[in-house]
Design a protein around this ligand. Structure first.
Ligand code: MN
Length: 187
């Protein structure tokens, strides 16, 4: 799968953890800069979707599907739950500042990033803007740019629940892991 990965990577993983959310990840300087988006991306430019900045992930995580398990003593760890690749593709950083193009890394530092996404479920411009709202992490807002890909009626985060890699839903991934025989691998 990773052999087919196009760069720079845009990926959204649907993560059925303690709180269901979507993880939006963008490849910047060799890592996946990441935001947890509780409601997922919207194609309606009127929607402002909370996007909590979370830790960068390694590039190889872009195509991860499976179940993040419990601690060995059975307690749920942060992130316990199933993960699917909800959308995958590439993006172009189209951020400008004072009329000049700036790098994605500089845009993130400044707290305002605009990207043109080439995904399978969503596409076109999206802006990410850091806010002063207080919370557990850094709160940003993810907003669809009003362009040819904007659509006020589509609700892909609600109606298209399957993985773009495997066609599976989170529930199907979780069920497969529950019924899989114990791993007797050598590693
Ligand atoms: Mn997550």
């Amino acid at each position: 799968m990773s052999a087919e990965l196009q760069h720079p990577v845009y990926v959204v993983q649907r993560h059925d953890a303690t709180s269901m959310h979507f993880d939006l990840r963008l490849e910047v300087d060799g890592v996946l800069v990441s935001w947890a988006v509780p409601k997922g991306p919207s194609t309606d430019p009127a929607d402002k979707r909370l996007a909590v900045k979370v830790d960068d992930h390694e590039l190889s995580y872009a195509t991860f599907e499976g179940v993040i398990g419990r601690e060995s003593d059975g307690t749920r760890r942060y992130g316990t739950g199933s993960v699917i690749v909800w959308d995958l593709g590439t993006f172009e950083n189209i951020t400008t500042h004072d009329g000049a193009a700036i790098s994605a890394a500089a845009a993130i530092d400044r707290g305002h990033l605009v990207v043109d996404v080439h995904g399978q479920k969503v596409g076109g411009g999206f802006s990410l803007t850091r806010t002063k709202m207080s919370g557990r992490g850094e709160n940003w807002l993810l907003v669809k740019v009003d362009d040819a890909h904007a659509d006020r009626r589509r609700k892909p985060a609600v109606t298209q629940l399957e993985s773009v890699l495997s066609g599976r839903t989170n529930d199907e991934v979780a069920a497969e892991v529950r019924t899989r025989p114990p791993d007797r691998g050598t590693s």
